[in-house]
Design a protein around this ligand. Structure first.
Ligand code: DSN
Length: 418
């Protein structure tokens, strides 16, 4: 298949992509795709749901155990649907939401003007510090004081540092607002204990399952602690008297979705079981070690990492010193088989279609079995490409280099422990 060849022959550095296990792929393509099951286990609108009821219930329990959550909804088709469901359950049109500025690392669904989150709600945003490029909690506090949002959103799509969820919760409490954490990018690190978990701090946690978590393409919603009390803080702040779990379930179906994707839900269960293994923890350690090695190697070649490095799987490169825009860098790297995405850097002088940076990520190449020394090779190939070296020769080198690494290395503790 043409796309499979592209994936095998190239170097996948898009930070939100990964390669799933053969088991997950086969469950995604299983007979479960044939079944309609609108509703939830034990409460469906269709007959013949006795098997899928068992599956969905089991997957719910797996995610609760993985993230120490008390509530989970495994039906969101994507992270965007998961976020929308939280808004639908807890906000009214016109309410104010406060999220991280998209240009500073946030996400479209956290209040961007082109997203329903920015069109239906009064969205305001906080920024990163001009010098450190880390979250500016003074700005978060100032925006909370000024705008008094109904929901504060933490979580990012191009932020390479640890996020202090406890500090977000302290501010949320001080300004009497709900806290939503979108951990889509870092969910795998959280599952492996390499990033502090938001579940004990946030009223709502959303995630995708296909990024660092290395599952099928999809979303989940979680709640921890005792946030599900109909007379508790979450219900009061959102002006509701039902249990929040009921509101969230109803927000997904019939609120914004119809039939659940049972083949994907079952594959999410495989993902949760893989993520609970020691091999997965080793994998995440390697993801972070590779990102640090990649950042250092890029910096040694003059390509500076925003915030000076990384704590997670992301390296955001500021290419201004290379005299090339993010857009042009993405194109030329694509031409040699290195896949990245152009990305705004904080306070970017260029707009979102041009950008001054590119975002790199190590989840996919680490799944292929690459280690720190391979990150040095990749940085060298990126640097040569951006310097305008012989592109045909680089393309051949990329292909030859990639051929040493199968798309999905069967996970075993030995592989990542080496
Ligand atoms: N598109 C995803 C990313 O690349 O980060 C976020 O939804």
């Amino acid at each position: 298949m043409e796309e499979e060849e592209r994936q095998k022959n190239g170097l996948e550095l898009i930070a939100s992509e990964n390669f799933v296990s053969p088991t997950i792929r086969s469950v995604c393509g299983s007979v479960l795709t044939h079944k309609y099951a609108e509703g939830y286990p034990g409460k469906r609108y269709y007959g013949g749901c006795e098997v899928v009821d068992k599956i969905e219930h089991e997957v719910q329990e797996q995610f609760k155990a993985l993230f120490q959550a008390e509530y989970v909804n495994v039906q969101p088709h994507s992270g965007s649907s998961a976020n929308l469901a939280v808004y639908f359950a807890s906000l009214k049109p016109g309410d104010t939401i406060l999220g991280m500025d998209l240009a500073h690392g946030g996400h479209l669904t956290h209040g961007s003007s082109v997203s329903i989150s920015g069109k239906w709600f009064h969205a305001v945003s906080y920024t990163v510090d001009r010098i450190s490029h880390t979250i500016d909690f003074d700005d978060v506090r100032a925006k909370l004081a000024k705008h008094r949002p109904k929901i504060l959103i933490a979580g990012a799509s191009s932020y390479s540092r640890i996020i202090d969820f406890a500090a977000f919760r302290t501010l949320a409490d001080e300004f009497d607002t709900l806290l939503l954490v979108d951990m889509a990018h870092i969910a795998g690190l959280v599952a492996a204990g390499l990033h502090p978990s938001p579940v004990e701090h946030a009223h709502f946690v959303t995630s995708t399952t296909h990024k660092t978590l290395r599952g099928p393409r999809g979303g989940i919603i979680l709640m921890g602690k005792d946030f599900d009390n109909p007379f508790g803080v979450v219900a009061q702040k959102s002006g509701r008297t039902k249990r929040m779990s009921e509101l969230l379930d109803a927000s997904i179906i019939p609120g914004i979705q119809g039939g659940p994707l049972l083949h994907i839900i079952a594959a999410k269960g495989v993902c949760a079981s893989e993520a609970a293994t020691p091999a997965f923890v080793q994998y995440q350690h390697q993801v972070c070690a590779n990102a640090q090695a990649l950042a250092e190697a890029c910096e040694s070649k003059g390509m500076m990492a925003v915030s000076g490095g990384t704590d997670n799987h992301i390296v955001l490169l500021d290419l201004r010193s290379q005299k090339i825009t993010g857009r042009d860098a993405e194109r030329i790297l694509d031409s040699v088989g290195i896949t990245v995405n152009k990305n705004m850097i904080p306070y970017d002088p260029n707009g979102p279609l041009t950008t001054s940076g590119i975002r790199l990520g190590t989840p996919a190449v680490t799944t292929r079995g690459m280690k720190e020394t391979d990150m040095h090779t990749i940085a060298e190939l990126i640097s040569r490409t951006l310097q305008g070296d012989d592109l045909d020769s680089i393309r051949k080198t990329v292909r030859e280099f990639a051929s040493h690494f199968p798309l999905f290395l069967e996970v075993s503790e030995e592989v990542y422990a080496k």
